[in-house]
Each structure stands twice: as structure tokens, then as C-alpha cells.
Design a protein around this ligand. Structure first.
Ligand SMILES: [Zn+2]
Ligand SMILES: [Zn+2]
Length: 333
């Protein structure tokens, strides 16, 4: 099969993904083989490629927002029919036995497996996954529209939940890429007012089109104090600025898997019961709940598609803020 393979981590400017022929995987017991139609491009893929996350598998095929159809099963695998359209996300598998899994927090599992990081992902014509970690994609979404729901969408949704935002509340977004452009639609649906802080003028424009009450520069003061804010950009220097925008008791959620160091700041910014918390992965329940909410609203994703062979180009564009919405690889029809 054709795949984009990372042989060794390197800066994306050096185009390290090799478009190559590799052996297609075979499903084992409990697994499905999925023929990939589309795969979303996520900032986490950049963190994997550039080794901001320590390598777990090498060589590796990145990609964890996979939409495709079931083509084959391993032994004893019966949850889906051949031809069913499904999604595969970042959380590839958990041990199901650690204290976190047993307490309903499988996103914090001690022995997790991640798609496109610790096992091969969806920048390829075929992928395997455990049937229990595969999502049903709601019918209303075309393949390329559905792909960004699987990480940008789900992680944005978990970030919204952890922010505690309610109808009538004011919510800030720092960074307005793939996750934020989906999360704003959920937040607006819930009746929250959204303030978008981002360095890129195209992203500010998209935020306003999607109903933001205000859009401005990353370090510009928001016109009103916020009940909660979510930092999607991987830049630690945003944290003190976002705290400054919060009301007393406000919640700051850090939505990324990787962030540059957070500079020290005066305790005044945190005092008055402000809270900072991170988001790590998601539970399957988050994913299923989000896909139901997304179909009900319905969410519309803004996507720019690239052929599989052009994954390096898509990732370079993402790094340069040149994608309004989300980048998606089209792998097959
Ligand atoms: Zn576990
Ligand atoms: Zn992701």
C-alpha cells in the first residue's frame, strides 16, 4: 500500500515524510482493517514528526483522524459489517485494567496506545484498529468534513466540558485553528459568547464568520473579562496573558499535548480562585457524545484537502498558520 512514512524525526521544512510502498497491515483478533478515505492533519502530527513528543515507534506512519470503510476483520471481530464507514482517533487502545481505566478516566490510562504515534496511523491506504476503539461516523458528514471531528473536534469538545462554560458565559479561545473552529460552533450552540485571540488575520476573520463576539491579536486585551478560556496554541507565553483576561474564579484550559515553557508570572494573575488545567486525550464517551452533538447542530468543518502524497506540504502549511480551518489528506474515493 501507499503510505507517508517517517523514518526519523526532523523539522517539517525538510519534508521528512517519505511517500512509499509498504506492506498493508493484517487485522489480528478483535481488530478491523479499514481502507482509509480521508485523514485529518493535526498539530500533534507535527509534534510527532519534529520529536517534540519523544519517539515511541520508528519508522512510523502518522495520522489519527481517520475516516474509512471496514474491509476485513480479525478473528472474533463482529461489531461492524464490511463496508461500514468508521472513524479512528488518537486513543488507539487502553489496558482497561489500570486505576484510571477502572474509574472511568481511560484518557489517563497508564499504558495507552496512540494512533500514528505508538502504532501506525492513517497517512496510508490501510490501517488496523481494535473494534472497540472505532467510532461510527454520523451519515451527514462527507468523508473530508468528518476527519477533523476525530481529534480537533473531540479534544475541543473535552476542553469545552472542562472549561465549565455555560449559556450566557464568556469564553476565550487562544489560537484559532482546527480545534477552535469546531469548538466555537458548539460553544455558540450552547449559548456562550466567544472571544478569539489569534495572531493570524485569516484566523480572526474565520472566527468572526463563525459568530465570535470579538477577534483580536493573541496578546491584545479582550474587551470584557472572561468566565473561561481555552489555549489551543502550543505557546506557553500565552498562559499569563490568558489568565489576565479571566474573571475571578475563571477557568483556563490548556488544550494541547505539547506546549513551550510557561514563563513565571505574578501570583496575582492566579489568585482569586482562578484555575489552570490541562486536557489529556479523551475517553470514548467524549468521542461518542461529541459526534452526536456535532451531527445534531450540525457542525460544519472548513477543510483544505491535499492528496496523500502531499502530506509534507499540508504540514508545512499548518505550521505556517496557512490553513483556515483544518487540513485533510484525501487518500481514496
Ligand atoms: Zn488503563
Ligand atoms: Zn490530534
Amino acid at each position: 500500500m501507499k503510505a507517508c512514512v517517517l523514518r526519523a524525526p526532523a523539522a517539517i521544512e525538510t519534508n521528512p515524510l517519505e511517500y512509499a510502498d509498504v506492506a498493508a497491515p493484517e487485522p489480528r483478533s478483535g481488530e478491523v482493517l479499514v481502507r482509509v478515505r480521508t485523514c485529518g492533519v493535526c498539530r500533534t502530527d507535527l509534534h510527532v514528526i519534529e520529536a517534540e513528543l519523544p519517539p515511541r515507534k520508528s519508522p512510523v506512519i502518522p495520522g489519527h483522524q481517520v475516516v474509512g470503510v471496514i474491509e476485513k476483520f480479525g478473528e472474533g471481530t463482529k461489531r461492524f459489517a464490511v463496508g461500514a464507514r468508521v472513524g479512528i482517533a488518537w486513543l488507539h487502545q487502553t489496558d482497561g485494567t489500570c486505576e484510571y481505566c477502572r474509574s472511568g478516566a481511560e484518557n489517563l490510562c497508564d499504558n495507552p496506545v496512540f494512533t500514528g504515534y505508538s502504532v501506525d496511523g492513517g497517512y496510508a491506504e490501510y490501517i488496523i484498529a481494535p473494534q472497540d476503539f472505532v467510532y461510527v461516523i454520523p451519515d451527514g458528514f462527507p468523508d473530508e468534513q468528518a476527519a477533523p471531528l476525530l481529534c480537533a473536534g473531540i479534544i475541543g469538545f473535552r476542553s469545552l466540558r472542562l472549561s465549565g462554560i455555560k449559556a450566557g458565559g464568556r469564553l476565550g479561545f487562544y489560537g484559532f485553528g482546527a480545534a477552535a473552529h469546531v469548538a466555537i460552533q458548539v460553544a455558540r450552540h450552547w449559548g456562550a459568547e466567544v472571544y478569539a485571540s489569534t495572531r493570524d488575520a485569516r484566523h480572526q476573520k474565520l472566527a468572526l464568520e463563525l459568530g465570535a463576539a470579538w477577534a483580536g491579536g493573541t496578546f491584545e486585551a479582550t474587551p470584557k473579562k472572561l468566565d473561561a478560556a481555552i489555549v489551543f496554541a502550543p505557546a506557553g507565553e500565552i498562559v499569563p496573558a490568558a489568565l489576565r483576561a479571566l474573571k475571578k474564579g475563571g477557568v483556563l484550559v490548556l488544550g494541547g499535548i505539547h506546549m513551550s515553557p510557561i514563563p513565571s508570572f505574578s501570583y496575582d494573575l492566579l489568585y482569586q480562585e482562578r484555575v489552570i488545567r490541562s486536557v489529556a486525550n479523551n475517553t470514548r464517551r467524549d468521542g461518542e457524545d461529541f459526534l452526536r452533538v456535532a451531527a445534531g447542530i450540525p457542525i460544519r468543518t472548513y477543510v483544505q484537502t491535499f492528496p496523500l502524497a502531499d502530506a509534507n506540504r499540508a504540514l508545512n502549511a499548518l505550521k505556517n498558520d496557512a490553513i483556515p480551518g483544518a487540513a485533510v489528506l484525501r487518500v481514496s474515493e
